[in-house]
Design a protein around this ligand. Structure first.
Ligand SMILES: O=c1ccn([C@@H]2O[C@H](COP(=O)(O)OP(=O)(O)O[C@H]3O[C@H](CO)[C@@H](O)[C@H](O)[C@H]3O)[C@@H](O)[C@H]2O)c(=O)[nH]1
Length: 484
């Protein structure tokens, strides 16, 4: 058969987590825009949550295919239907969830056999996928979800003996471009001893070397020293292709990247359009971090005391009239009416951050949120909870100078229920990021980075070039039909 008549095909297999599904769909769109057939593999539940984003790709003329596999939740002792990382409530459940993902290899193998794609982009959470791809003689690329700085720190941490780490003495991570100190309590206990999770982390880190290379949702100009360190010092092949969400041009595409929002994007934009530029702070903590009612109450009080206008997204359902919402102070929404919006559920984050009225962001420093804020030129009040969020906080506050910490000093690693942050800290950080000369300076630095972010994905930009270089290296350009 004439090679030119075959459309190259890439399989994308993201971790079952919103923070990984969302950028993977964007990456699939990017490859599809280069004439490559793309297919996302996930569970029925995850695919349905993201069906709008996937369907909308058709409107841009880049159809993304989907293939479903069965998630073995019950087999590992999880409730039926527990198919996404945000449904996991405890450390024990998380371990079972990860165990379930290791049971997906056979189903993936069958899909590769049936469809014979040219390449597999599989999430870092599936270290075993490299061997599955090798059986079919195709390259496996790793998608991590995070940036170069976090990849570098994690690799060095993996090599260190962490059993000797104490809570009183900070751990200095050697050989990095800047001094990195981590407090003992910022390293999770499972990393300090031999454990299933530590072995999982090791296998994941090794898969970066063993695979064809790593796709990074970042741009070179944001963290050049770490991009170089990762490639040259750690010796891992990587392509930076971000900010990937910029592939979404229409407001609807930007708004419908995730589950259905609780309020239509036009409602938000109408509300924001009635506000002065840089006068609203957006408060949201991604898809995984959940706070208890007492912590939510502190956030409400801190926001109220700051006197700032805000949009606050809370991962709670709207209760019926009878049920009092214990996490909101009595009469809160009446008092803040007109100056604050409390959104229960999901909000169209990118259009909110991009609106000129949005002048600050209280964030947990998940990498997608961080990139979205950087690109929108919005400074941040940082409140990390676990994983890469601590390293992202360092990048934002100390290296880029576009954020302030909500809590000074070391904050404990806690995916499930961390130390409570007081309303005074929240009020102070919100004020610092919104008002005064320092806030203006942070905003102007953030705006300059936002410009660089946009340039990086335009023709000739660093991310644009890296994406093309990768397609060339994989040989996909030779069989891709010409683009108009
Ligand atoms: O109401 C909401 C809440 C979130 N988002 C979007 O959801 C994504 C959230 O991603 P992120 O900010 O990275 O947070 P997490 O969901 O917590 O992401 C997980 O995955 C990331 C990528 O690996 C890691 O950096 C984080 O630490 C990890 O918690 C972003 O694109 C947001 O725009 C919305 O659109 N509306």
């Amino acid at each position: 058969m004439d090679q030119k008549t075959i459309q190259p095909h890439i399989f994308f297999f993201p971790h079952m987590s919103h923070g990984h599904m969302i950028p993977t769909i964007d990456i699939a769109k990017l490859f599809a825009s280069k004439g490559i057939k793309t297919t996302i593999i996930s569970t029925p539940h995850n695919l349905s949550l993201f069906s709008k984003a996937i369907e909308r790709s058709k409107l841009s003329g880049f159809e993304i295919g989907v293939l479903a596999l069965k998630f073995p939740a019950v087999e590992v002792g999880l409730p039926e239907g527990c198919e996404s990382d945000h449904m996991v409530e405890t450390q024990e459940e998380l371990q079972k969830f990860l165990k379930a993902t290791t049971l997906l290899a056979q189903q993936l193998e069958q899909l590769l056999k049936d469809h014979q794609p040219n390449c597999l982009v599989a999430d870092i959470f599936f270290p075993w996928a490299t061997d599955v791809a090798a059986k079919f003689g195709i390259p496996r690329l790793v998608f991590h979800g995070t940036n170069f700085i976090s990849l570098c720190v994690s690799h060095h941490l993996m090599k260190m003996d962490l059993s000797i780490v104490s809570d009183s003495e900070p751990l200095v991570i050697p050989n990095l471009p800047h001094e990195h100190k981590l407090a003992g309590n910022q390293i999770p206990d499972f990393m300090k001893q031999e454990s299933e999770l530590r072995s999982f982390g090791k296998a994941a880190a090794e898969s970066e070397w063993r695979s064809h290379g790593v796709l990074v949702n970042s741009f070179y100009e944001l963290e050049p020293a770490y991009a170089d360190h990762y490639r040259n010092f750690l010796g891992i092949k990587a392509w930076h292709i971000g900010p990937t969400f910029l592939c979404n041009k229409e407001i609807e595409d930007k708004a419908k990247r995730g589950p259905k929002a609780s309020l239509d994007e036009h409602e938000f934009l109408k509300w924001l359009s009635s506000k002065e530029p840089n006068s609203v702070i957006y408060v949201s903590f991604g898809s995984v971090v959940k706070f208890d009612d007492a912590q939510l109450l502190e956030i409400a009080l801190g926001l109220e005391a700051s006197g700032q206008q805000f949009i606050w997204v809370v991962k709670k359902e709207k209760s019926d009239q009878e049920n009092k919402e214990d996490w909101l102070p009595e009469g809160f929404e009446d008092r803040v009416e007109g100056r604050g919006l409390v959104i229960r559920g999901w909000a169209p984050q990118v259009p909110i951050l991009e609106h000129q009225a949005t002048g600050g962001f209280v964030t947990h420093c998940g990498w997608n949120s961080t990139m979205e804020a950087v690109t929108a030129g919005v400074p941040m009040a940082t409140w990390p909870a676990f994983a890469d969020q601590f390293y992202n906080e360092k990048l934002v506050t100390e290296i880029l100078g576009i954020g302030v910490r909500v809590v000074e000093g070391a904050k404990k690693w806690a995916r499930f229920g961390g130390d409570r942050v007081k309303k005074e800290n929240i009020e102070k950080a919100v004020t610092e990021v919104m008002v005064g000369k320092d806030a203006e300076e942070m905003r102007s630095r953030a705006k300059a980075l936002g410009e660089m972010a946009r340039k990086s994905v335009e023709e000739g930009g660093s991310s644009y070039k890296d994406l093309n270089a990768l397609i060339q290296e994989l040989g996909l350009h030779r069989i891709a039909p010409p683009q108009s």
